[in-house]
Ligand binder design. Structure first.
Ligand code: NDP
Length: 337
């Protein structure tokens, strides 16, 4: 029987910082699923900084959102109808048709979640892309070693809070950068960072980092770019690795900003810089899931979510990422199981 769905569409493309006017709440009737498809009812959806890039019409590693069409992104939902032998009604799955309460999806884009004591929303946070990104960035790309010093920007965010904890579990000294005192307390007292910088009150970031890491840093996990990257380069030790995960400080720029002024340090200090997109590294996922599930089961990883209720408030949740309104993972709760 056809279902009435509610969806958030891209109404117009933003220039600079997006606003509520770029989104539209739309109601429409869905066709029944065809062979190989599922009807899913979404419980939780993720909002992520990279979605800002998809609002702009330009070539990238992932296609831009289309005007007048629903946005998309990671979500957790329940199968309501199945036309695929691998799934049955009631199964819980992760899927990529977020920004909607109901969606008809290809079954091959869904991944089943086995029943466990782990909350379902963790599959969008610690066990989802944020955890996977932090794990790959530190262990696969930076090849972090015990005793090294790591600097993590946006350290109270979804990826950053995982990076801080994974680095601590691997025996590193960790410095985090955050945008509020409440975040600073959480990252230091609960997540175990050795030092935290509130970049909004610290003044000169290079000086603040030099005093937090007097002997320099071996790894920088960059979520922010801009002045954070420049300060991190200033703080590097010989052979340090700079892992470029994201540059949220730049995502709303209308024209590209000048890069770090201290790139010449790469030569004398023999630095390396590596960018990556986690979607390319599905091969790392089984090992990540095994290790992260173990840490969660043993209470060694703390998770925190900032939950916005209701699909109609998803744009507000998304926009809040750019003003630091989240502590931990920003999520939208759309339905009850
Ligand atoms: P977060 O949960 O970290 O949310 C964004 C945070 O960024 C905000 O809470 C805010 O915290 C901080 N922030 C926003 N604007 C600025 C600014 N101008 N300067 C400094 N900090 C700012 O988001 P995610 O954990 O989901 O993503 C973190 C980064 O990782 C992003 O850059 C994202 O694009 C990237 N990413 C990359 C992936 C990859 O495959 N390479 C995969 C997933 C994410 P505060 O209050 O501290 O300022």
């Amino acid at each position: 029987m056809p279902v009435t769905a509610h969806e958030i569409h891209l109404k117009s493309r933003p220039s600079g910082m997006p606003g509520p006017e770029n989104f539209e709440f739309v109601e429409r009737r869905l066709a029944d699923p065809a062979d190989g498809q599922l009807l899913v009812r979404t419980l939780w959806m993720s909002v992520d900084p990279y979605m800002r890039g998809r609002m702009t019409d330009r070539p990238s590693y992932i296609a831009p959102f289309q005007l007048g069409q629903p946005l998309e992104g990671a979500a957790v939902g329940v199968v309501e109808q199945s036309r695929d032998a691998r799934f049955k009604p009631g199964d819980v799955v992760t899927h990529f048709a977020g920004w909607r309460d109901y969606a008809v999806i290809d079954a091959k884009t869904a991944r089943g979640i086995e029943p466990s004591s782990i909350p379902l929303e963790a599959w969008l946070g610690a066990l989802g892309v944020p955890g996977e990104t932090a794990h790959a960035g530190l262990l696969h790309f930076a090849k972090l070693r015990k005793g090294e010093t790591v600097f993590v920007s946006a350290a109270a965010g979804a990826v950053g809070s995982m990076a801080v904890q994974i680095a601590k579990l691997k025996g590193a000294r960790v410095i985090g950068s955050v945008g509020s005192e409440e975040k600073a307390r959480w990252v230091k007292e609960d997540l175990g960072a050795d030092a935290v910088i509130n970049y909004k009150t610290a003044g000169n970031l290079t000086e603040a980092l030099a005093s937090a890491a007097p002997e320099g840093i071996d790894v920088y996990f960059d979520n922010v770019g801009g002045s954070h990257l420049e300060a991190a380069i200033d703080a590097t030790r010989l052979y340090a690795r700079l892992i470029i995960c994201g540059m949220i400080a730049r995502y709303n720029d209308e024209t590209p900003s000048p890069g770090p002024r201290n790139l010449a340090m790469f030569i004398g200090k023999r630095l390396t810089m590596q960018g990556f997109i986690i979607l390319d590294h599905a091969d790392l996922r089984p090992n990540f899931i095994r290790e992260m599930s173990g840490w969660i089961a043993q209470g060694q990883i703390k998770t925190r979510d900032t939950v916005v209720e209701g699909l109609e408030n998803a744009p507000k949740a998304f926009l809040g990422l750019f003003s630091g309104e989240n502590i931990g993972k920003m999520l939208v709760k759309i339905g009850e199981r």
